[in-house]
Design a protein around this ligand. Structure first.
Ligand SMILES: *[C@@H]1O[C@H](CO)[C@@H](O)[C@H](O)[C@H]1NC(C)=O
Ligand SMILES: *[C@@H]1O[C@H](CO)[C@@H](O)[C@H](O)[C@H]1NC(C)=O
Ligand SMILES: *[C@@H]1O[C@H](CO)[C@@H](O)[C@H](O)[C@H]1NC(C)=O
Length: 282
């Protein structure tokens, strides 16, 4: 780096440290769940939240409930309304899976997030410093008896994720039980409402291809495909946004809107949860 570079670098470092806000007392400390527990001010008290979730679990005959950190479109960035794992555990990192039983609550996450998790979770939670699904299934097999059922929300699992759990749980006779209702949502009072921002169409001046051209192209690929698919289902939010040259604002800092698209050779069906109807925009 040239000298002027170093000067600029030093100025940035000094300027940066000057503008830094000092952390409030204890915010930079991790919890200590020993006999005399210490909780930093950043920790969330999850006692009542866990009580409510366990009450919601009771009627379903499940011994454990799995709470992943994604939304129903398997988005990487999610809206606060879908941050179920963050709400139940206090841990807001972008990766991690929680498992709750009637007596225990555990969070699995990778090494990027261990310190953050120790600052955000209270002593109701145990941190497991591992992020492989096999670690979760090992724990479930060790702590649940044969025949016991493990609840999950099918909208929050890809087929691959489901298989990764099932391939280990099924031979051990621990039964995955798909529950239509999300049990965290049942427990979550004051859950943020669905977004109401509108969907907008990209101006013709900046699009490369019209949505009709893109739809034609996909249908051509369907006809050419040896499996002869009769439909294509789009559930990822960027897929529908891209295909129809539409944008939205349902997730902070993401130009997408909640939607599903079912495209057949002669029909297009869409489900979305915004107030503007897609067909009025197409
Ligand atoms: C947690 O607290 C206990 C008792 O106060 C202390 O002995 C222990 O060293 C602490 N652990 C950490 C990691 O600070
Ligand atoms: C957490 O909240 C519960 C219920 O309000 C309360 O009884 C408990 O003392 C709180 N725990 C801590 C560590 O503040
Ligand atoms: C409830 O779970 C137990 C195992 O914990 C299982 O043996 C039983 O068949 C389940 N009952 C129902 C109605 O699913």
């Amino acid at each position: 780096m040239a000298l002027t570079g170093w000067v600029l670098f030093a100025a940035l470092v000094l300027g940066g440290s000057q503008s830094q806000v000092a952390p409030a007392a204890g915010e930079d400390r991790e919890r200590n769940c020993s006999t005399t527990p210490y909780l930093p001010p950043t920790a969330v008290n999850t006692t009542l939240r866990l009580q409510a979730l366990r009450r919601a679990m009771a009627p379903f005959n499940i011994s454990a409930y799995i709470i992943p950190g994604t939304d129903a479109h398997l988005s990487e960035y999610i809206a606060e309304r879908d941050a179920r794992r963050a709400w139940i555990s206090g841990f807001t990192g972008s990766a991690g899976t929680a498992v709750v039983t009637q007596t225990q609550a555990l969070l699995w996450t990778d090494s990027r997030y261990w310190i953050q998790a120790e600052r955000q979770m209270d002593c109701n939670w145990e941190l497991v410093k591992d992020s492989f699904i096999s670690s979760i299934t090992d724990w479930l097999i060790a702590h649940l008896s044969e025949g016991e059922e493990i609840g999950f929300d099918p909208f929050l699992f890809s087929i691959d994720t489901f298989k990764a759990y099932d391939v280990r749980l099924a031979p051990a006779n621990r039964v995955l039980k798909s529950l239509q209702d999300n049990l965290v949502d049942k427990a979550w009072t004051n859950r943020p409402p669905p977004p109401t921002d509108s969907i907008f169409r990209l101006p013709d001046s900046i699009i490369e291809r019209t949505w009709q051209m893109k739809v034609d192209h996909i249908r051509q690929q369907m006809r050419d495909n040896p499996y002869k698919p009769t439909a294509v289902l789009l559930s990822a939010l960027d897929e529908t946004a891209w295909l129809f040259n539409l944008r939205g604002n349902d997730i902070p800092y993401n130009p997408f809107f909640y939607s599903y698209t079912l495209l057949t050779l002669d029909d297009i069906r869409q489900v979305h949860c915004s107030f503007v109807h897609l067909h009025t925009l197409l």
